[in-house]
Design a protein around this ligand. Sequence first.
Ligand SMILES: [Zn+2]
Length: 250
Amino acid sequence: MGTAYRVRALALRKTKLGESDLIVTLLAADGCQIRAVAKGARKTKSRFGARLEPFSVADLMLSPGRSLEIITEAETVTSHDALRSDYDRLRAASVVADFLDKVSVECQAEERTFALATTTLDVMERSEIELLPAVVTAFLIKGMAMQGYRPQLSSCAMCAAATDVHDVRFSLSAGGVVCLACGGADVSAMSVAADMPVILDALVRAKLADVAALGIPAPAITDALRLVGAFVVYHVPARMKALDAYLRGA
Ligand SMILES: [Zn+2]
């Protein structure tokens, strides 16, 4: 056994292990994913209580185990209770946790990911319900940008030529708007509303807390969510059930 260490982490997912234990998938503050066992966590009188529930942020003491770390202590930093008690918030927060679970598989030591995740969950906890799809969309487009997939929105993502301002096409494979010549040969290119590049650019640039103030109309957000969702599904190989469900309800 190695030396125990302390880490602040966001709980993304829990799975049952044996009679009374849990395996908790965590996003550590440095952006690395950790999988750890919480012994006895499913007993009614567990000392962990709800501190390891998905979306909660906790300071943990971990002991290195053979394949998984062992959680020996957990202290709540932010419980994000409201995300588990409201159906709409739960659905939105589940997209965040599912996305991070799938993209943080390897340690990328990307501290911005943790900050984006916790800020998004903070905003989702107090946001008006009607604005949740905008927050989800902004999270996904920012999350993709941190993974190296920042959408190219000002000129053709393939040949850098100016794009048609009326007939706008977005290519999932090229990751941005494409000119008519490039878009014609690209099966992943789709027509989008003329103002979609401006909307996506606003979402990728805005702070999460300021997304509501952008005042993007709900139908445009629905279109943006579907497009960004398709972009995520195209580039992230793992299936994201929470995102699939969210897009079906959009
Ligand atoms: Zn082009």
